[in-house]
Design a protein around this ligand. Structure first.
Ligand SMILES: [Zn+2]
Length: 286
């Protein structure tokens, strides 16, 4: 397998030099709704296409409000990549600015969801499903680049397989009875299933909205009775809720857990983000 990949890579390297691609004019040719999807698209598109994200790194995805500049970028896009399952539903009115016939893909389409939750990328196996959809969309858009997209998608999928094994080995160092998650919003059901965690609760029943007094009291009770060691507060948000719950329960607070958006290094790629998430969780719970 490796020999075949290397041979193909050499052949494609030469082909890429002569390929003209689809040109570039400052606006991304591939417009993804989130930085995580944009990174995956970059991994597959390589140098053949420019890729951008509507939501900037570090911003909240679910509460994003499109700006006039997004409509302009949408009008120049040759392919639009969305997550779906309401993570990025604000993109729908923006799509009216796309040129007629511009392909729009929804990477969660056809993948097995958990109660409609959109955060599938937290399971690397489902992320490989995202990558295949992105690959096929790029091939349909730019058929001469087929071999490049096939090869880079295969290489990236192998990296995601390796990542999954690496992360599972790290999680294995947490005693099973301590594999419990309390986070800011309901972003971790796929992660919990893939890596063997129990979701005890989250501070915001609706992303970006504080809980009612009753909801907060219920969470405190759940954290107490499940003997949860740590409360995770997400990057870009206030740690105040986590601190309130921690004060009531004796759990510790871990801040800046990345979720829906890439951040600065080392969480500036999907693979980097997953490593940061697992490292923070392992350090707090093991
Ligand atoms: Zn989210």
């Amino acid at each position: 397998m490796r020999a075949i990949l290397l041979t193909a890579a050499l052949a494609l390297g030469a082909a890429t030099l002569t390929a003209c691609g689809l040109g570039g004019n400052g606006n991304p040719q591939i417009l993804a709704t989130t930085t995580i999807l944009a990174d995956m698209a970059k991994q597959v598109a390589g140098d053949r296409m420019t890729v951008g994200s509507i939501v900037p790194a570090g911003a909240h995805v679910e509460e994003y409000e499109p700006r006039p500049d997004d409509a302009r970028r949408m009008s120049e896009a040759k392919l639009v990549i969305t997550n779906g399952l309401d993570l990025d539903k604000w993109v729908e009115p923006l799509l009216r600015n796309a040129k007629t016939g511009t392909p729009v893909i929804t990477v969660t389409d056809g993948l097995p969801d958990i109660a409609g939750n959109p955060h599938m990328w937290f399971d690397p196996a489902l992320s490989r499903g995202y990558v295949l959809k992105i690959r096929d969309a790029l091939i349909a858009l730019d058929p001469p680049g087929r071999d490049v997209y096939m090869l880079s998608a295969e290489k990236y999928s192998l990296q995601l397989l390796t990542l999954e094994a690496e992360l599972k080995a790290k999680v294995d160092t947490i005693p099973p009875e301590r594999r419990k998650l309390v986070t800011s919003h309901d972003a971790f059901p796929y992660f919990a299933r893939a890596f063997g965690f129990e979701i005890v609760g989250f501070a915001e029943p609706e992303p970006g909205k504080p809980p009612s007094a009753g909801e907060l009291a219920k969470l405190v009770e759940e954290v107490r009775s499940a003997n949860v060691p740590a409360i995770f507060s997400e990057a870009g948000g206030s740690a105040q809720l986590a601190e309130t719950v921690a004060k009531e329960t004796g759990a510790k607070v871990v801040t800046d857990l990345p979720t829906d958006s890439l951040l600065d290094r080392p969480a500036d790629s999907y693979i980097g983000l997953m490593r940061v998430v697992v490292d923070k969780i392992v350090a707090a719970l093991k």
